[in-house]
Design a protein around this ligand. Structure first.
Ligand SMILES: [Ca+2]
Length: 167
């Protein structure tokens, strides 16, 4: 379900696009933005070294147009192959019926970008395809986030995230 193809999303099918520039991004917290590396404009998102999670999208399935086949794209900058774990994660879940209660996870996909990006200290495009479950409801939540587990030596830089539909 993973693989590289054209780095350019189809503009007619793009649902979410983020070039990770402060003030114009789904990420509001300024500590995520870095000018050390950037694929577009001046900034990218820097994860690792104390920042394990960065959320790229969080909304209802209805707000995504109820599409079930999604393609995620990003550009990644990895320092070297020694650091092996940086997961692009997609979760679809039903919110709890009671305030503060647990959500019911319907699907969780994790893609380790180190298995796709094999060139280092340069920007490399990657894309991932996700099929959401048939029983999803418009009020179910879909979240896309990056998880760089603690304890790894190097930061990971991400820029130009997009989410498009294929169905
Ligand atoms: Ca950027």
């Amino acid at each position: 379900m993973t693989g590289c193809d054209s780095a350019t999303p189809n503009p007619d099918k793009v649902l979410v696009q983020d070039s990770f520039e402060p003030g114009n991004s789904a990420i509001a917290d300024p500590q995520y933005f870095s000018t050390e590396q950037a694929y577009s404009w001046k900034h990218s998102i820097k994860l690792g070294q104390g920042l394990e999670f960065g959320t790229f999208y969080n909304g209802t399935w209805g707000s995504l147009g109820q599409h079930r086949l999604l393609r995620l794209r990003l550009w990644g900058w990895l320092k070297n192959p020694q650091q092996r774990l940086a997961y692009l994660t997609v979760v679809a879940q039903r919110p709890s019926d009671t305030p503060g209660g647990p959500a019911v996870v319907k699907i969780r996909h994790q893609f380790n970008i180190y298995e796709v990006i094999r060139r280092y200290q340069q920007w490399v495009p990657a894309s991932f395809t996700v099929e959401l479950p048939a029983d999803l409801q418009p009020t179910d939540e879909v979240a896309v986030y990056m998880w760089v587990p603690a304890g790894q030596p190097d930061a990971v830089y991400i820029d130009d995230f997009s989410l498009e539909y294929l169905d």
